[in-house]
Design a protein around this ligand. Structure first.
Ligand code: TYM
Length: 328
């Protein structure tokens, strides 16, 4: 079976944009590929987080992904810093990467602009660490959002260069795996294009029913349909996007007809969306609460995931050491 590796930055709580975008696709992937997921806590060191936050944010994100349906029996989930083998590969790969090309990576340039007082070497070699994450499992596929494409290009470069330098065909070049056919882009309900943390318009999987309802009822609308069968403005289309995702086709059709004959009342539409959204989120939230209250279980899942990952990384490293000329 082909191998998929994906790393997740432990940044805050999952919102609907994450869920209907990447997370649900991850869940679908576990049945078709040999997947490994990990929480990229080393990568987060570039901003020097507090020690007490490190473990907490890993547990938070682990609880949320498990609640969404990631199944450690199908796909191991581990915490990056538990698999120290990665660092050795990172060192070898760094020897083949050049300052100029690392400096040209857009995410590096952006970060350097955002945190001019903290342009550390970890930030510069972020793509090499990411390459080590992937290549240590000799993965074939990596799910990518647009922002990760250049990092993936660097990972392929690492693989190619290693193979060329040592005259081997050892590392497969990991390919980008796009979810675009299954992932849904969730709009913001405040009139902005997308739901996102930096936009401050998120509905979180941890939100309780009342909070979700309040956020939906506050959604930006207009004066209502003016002419039969007219095109919907973006803010209204956003509501219909939600309806399409969380409600039944019949319900969608009902409100679509109401729009078309100009009898739609936005209050009714929002109430429907809120109720159907609550029905989707509430069971996930309950599972998040269950996992969050069971830190021992979380730690055990992460420990078991790390064991599998370590074994996979060690097998790769042994080969790499042999190829480079080190004792195994
Ligand atoms: P992050 O935390 O932004 O996203 C987590 C993972 O989800 C993928 N992804 C998507 N893939 C397909 N379609 C989408 N719409 C979509 N949205 C998000 C991301 O590409 C990522 O794989 N730098 C990485 C973390 C990382 C990593 C790695 C990822 C570190 N090492 C090794 C993959 C492999 C990041 O910021 O991902």
């Amino acid at each position: 079976m082909e191998k998929v590796v994906s790393g997740i930055r432990p940044t805050g709580n999952l919102h609907l944009g994450n869920y209907f975008g990447a997370v649900r696709s991850f869940v679908a992937m576990q049945d078709k590929y040999q997947c490994m997921f990990f929480i990229a806590d080393w990568h987060s060191l570039t901003t020097h987080p507090k020690p007490e936050d490190i473990q907490q944010s890993a547990r938070t994100i682990l609880a949320e992904y498990l609640a969404c349906g990631l199944d450690p029996k199908k796909a191991p989930i581990y915490v990056q810093s538990d698999v120290r083998e990665t660092i050795e590969l990172y060192l070898y790969l760094n020897m083949n990467m050049y300052l100029g090309e690392l400096e040209r990576v857009t995410t590096f340039k952006e970060k350097a602009r955002q945190q001019p007082d903290n342009v550390n070497a970890g930030l510069l070699t972020y793509p090499t660490l990411m390459a080590a994450d992937i290549l240590q499992h000799r993965a074939n596929w990596v799910p990518v959002g647009k922002d990760q494409e250049q990092n993936m290009e660097m990972a392929r470069k690492c693989a190619r260069r290693f193979n060329n330098i040592y005259g081997v065909e050892f590392f497969p070049e990991p390919q980008n795996f796009y979810f675009s056919d299954q992932a849904v882009k969730i709009p913001g309900l405040d009139g902005s294009g997308k739901m996102g943390k930096s936009e401050g318009n998120c509905i979180y999987l941890r939100d309780d029913d009342k909070t979700i309802t309040k956020k939906v009822m506050r959604a930006v609308t207009d004066n209502g349909p003016q002419e039969p069968n007219s095109q919907r403005p973006d803010v209204i289309e956003n509501l219909f996007t939600f309806l399409r995702i969380v409600s039944t086709p019949d319900t969608y059709q009902y409100f679509d007809e109401k729009w078309n004959d100009c009898t739609l009342r936005y209050g009714d539409l929002k109430k429907q969306i809120a109720a159907d959204l609550v029905a989707v989120v509430a069971p996930i939230r309950e599972k998040i609460e269950y996992y969050s209250a069971n830190t021992e279980l979380l730690d055990q899942i992460a420990r078991e995931g790390a064991e599998v990952a370590r074994e996979s990384a060690r097998a790769t490293l042994n080969e790499v050491r042999r190829i480079i000329g080190f004792r195994v």
